[in-house]
Design a protein around this ligand. Structure first.
Ligand SMILES: N[C@@H](CCC(=O)N[C@@H](CS)C(=O)NCC(=O)O)C(=O)O
Length: 201
């Protein structure tokens, strides 16, 4: 199995999952929008990473890759009896929490590297309001539990936390959310989450 990745937000989650589950994957650092973009289109027509390539199937989308790796390596990471709850968090983060965090990530990390234009203040203001709203919901829930689903880390935790490793550089307004910060400290005790790219290209 080959996992094509870059060091950006979504592939970071996929690599963290693969390493956490000790999945037997070959890690291939890829620039899907770089010079090999046209060749990469055959692997993923979206020209984005991560992509998991197996002998008989190719999966793009971080969530699908995590689902597949959990099924192969540790079903408890996406537990069958709590599948809907994990999916609830995956969906909530995709539609609400990550778009807010992702705007900070894009405007404050990606844009200065690749785009010659100032940060979009209106987009950041909207993201700030979204991050505070949904962050408040997450913080309240985490006040009463260590992990989002059950009593061990699952993919729900990895997915909802996608933007948090970039909090400082992206200027995420996370400082008031003490339960989110404590939860992310717990996640950071997992080597694969804290340093997914250690030893990789
Ligand atoms: N919905 C996709 C989004 C994938 C995506 O946006 N990937 C970005 C990184 S976050 C990408 O490939 N950018 C080009 C690069 O990293 O070189 C997923 O969850 O996998």
């Amino acid at each position: 199995m080959k996992l094509h990745y870059s060091r950006n937000l979504n592939p970071r989650v996929a690599v963290a999952v693969a390493r956490h589950l000790d999945a037997p994957v070959e890690y291939i650092r890829t620039s899907p929008m770089g010079p090999d973009r046209e060749a990469f289109r055959a692997i993923n027509p979206n020209t984005l990473v991560p992509v998991l390539v197996e002998a008989d199937r190719t999966l793009w989308e971080t969530d699908a890759i995590a689902c597949r790796l959990a099924a192969l390596c540790d079903p408890g990471f996406w537990p069958a009896d709590r599948q809907a709850e994990v999916l609830m968090w995956v969906s909530w983060s995709a539609h609400h929490f990550i778009p807010a965090g992702g705007t900070f990530y894009f405007e404050n990390i990606i844009r200065p590297q690749f785009l010659d234009r100032p940060a979009d203040a209106a987009a950041l203001a909207e993201a700030d309001s979204g991050f505070r709203r949904y962050g408040g919901i997450l913080d309240d829930i985490l006040a009463g539990r260590s992990w989002l689903v059950g009593d061990r880390p699952t993919y729900a935790d990895f997915r909802v936390a996608s933007a948090l490793p970039f909090a400082e550089q992206a200027l995420l307004p996370v400082s008031g959310f003490r339960h989110i910060l404590a939860w992310h400290d717990r996640l950071n005790r997992i080597d694969a989450w804290r340093a997914p790219f250690d030893g990789l290209d």
